[in-house]
Design a binder for this molecule. Sequence first.
Ligand code: G16
Length: 549
Amino acid sequence: HEHAVLLNAIAEGANQYPKPEHVNYTYGTAGFRTLASKLPSVLFRVALLAVLRSKRLEGATIGVMVTASHNPEPDNGVKLVDPSGEMLDPTWEHHATTLANCPTTESLLSTFTTLVTHLRVDLHQPANIVYARDTRPSGPDLIKALEAGLNAFGDGVKVNSLGVTTTPILHYVVKATNDKTGEYGQPTVEGYNQKMAKAFKTLVGNKGPLAPLYVDCANGVGANALADFTATLGDLLPVHPLNTATGTPGALNHHCGADFVKTKQQFPPSVQAAGFLNKRGTRACSFDGDADRIVYYYLHESKNTFRLLDGDKIAVMVAMFLGDLIAKAKLTEDEKLYLGVVQTAYANGSSTKYLTSRNIPVTCVSTGVKHLHHAAQRYDIGVYFEANGHGTVLFSDNAIKTLKGASPTSPESANAIKYLLAFSELINQAVGDALSDMLLVEAVLAHRGWGAPEWDAGYEDLPNRLVKVEVPDRSIFVATDAERKLAYPVGLQEHIEEAMRKVEMGRSFVRPSGTEDCVRVYAEAKSSVEADSLAITVTDLVKLASGQV
Ligand code: G16
């Protein structure tokens, strides 16, 4: 009887949110992502899955984030967050896709019932869901669809709405809510700000105020988070927020934000207009639309050119610095901590070479934070960054336990241990986080006594190009070998390799995007001219293979 009542409630809600015909949804790199107008039925169904997941895990809190991050404003999306603050378990992505694609209410009900049995979900278990959205105008209606799905369970689910906040803050709250030791932090936005402010003060409190920093908030939710955080921190880090127009239609990610800067390899016009380029050595950074990515940049003094300090540059600087702290901690042989870096195929070849030549192990995995996160968990301290600025540093339980239990042999080793522990508090342990990563970079620069040019001096990026190619059907492109090669269409890989051989230090690969309807082409080479020509050749090959030429 109870099950029948639930199915009735689901049916009633589902009828209000019918699946549009001729749309096929996929849970991609970062959940479902497409034009917002196509998403209400998906949100309703994601709510059902979130509740099943929570009940399956005996009431552990599951997160739902409504965002399309770096995508243009008319897009939106939704992704689920697992109890540890990580992305949804990949084996459940398939269930999300199945539910989203049920053509009718009847098929949705029968799929739901099958999933309950197949996944051994006890519907009597409690369920806890926390959710949030970014600043997109389509957000409120999608949240209504999500709430309709949650409401179908009546008292069988407890909900906590964080309103408008960043993706990493939602991940933090999920992790903190499920952390029964209470050590991770208060499961609230204030708890997040306090935890980071405390760790940042421990790290640089005696070095401030730091040099002023310009922050491009992409006209997104990062603007709110930055304002809240700086109010908590005080004037230790003087911040100049730019692109904070969260209410201006069409402004989100438009000619600004981390994706714009990384892809175009240029200053956002608004940052240029702010006059910061007149001040020597000043650094600026850009968040993306939901503040889970960050890239830095500055103006080269003598050459007067734009210089990008992307996710690779962050990973290298942070890995080297934490490596030095581990050495200074003078841990015993038994306590030895292993540090490694995880990258994707988009990592600039120079960054990988720099790390390996300094004996820092590097792993290459497929695009998507879920892949990087899991690979980074294999190290005691795992630094992971995508070149686009999405990343974080994970400290294993063993690392924390070792550091807390270590006996310092000198004031220097005591300080190194204290700083390592403070970094583990400062850095978001759940997911890449623009705000937390910004503080990480600032803390490392302050400790090194560096400005942007000194940070940049480590290695020289190989010139590179990133091209979006629109094709009729991107599913014909299937990547393999951590996306460094194409398995399909058959024969295309050989042509790409032939093109690579024609330019010095040439490297190129092609993969379908998991967040946008396009295929991405990456090319790097010794010179800018060669990187351009390789990108053009491979783009033409992609068009040819998809029947466009
Ligand atoms: C998302 C993912 C990132 C990925 C990016 C682009 O970022 O979280 O891991 O690098 O999409 O993915 P793709 O090349 O498959 O489109 P965001 O910031 O948009 O959430």
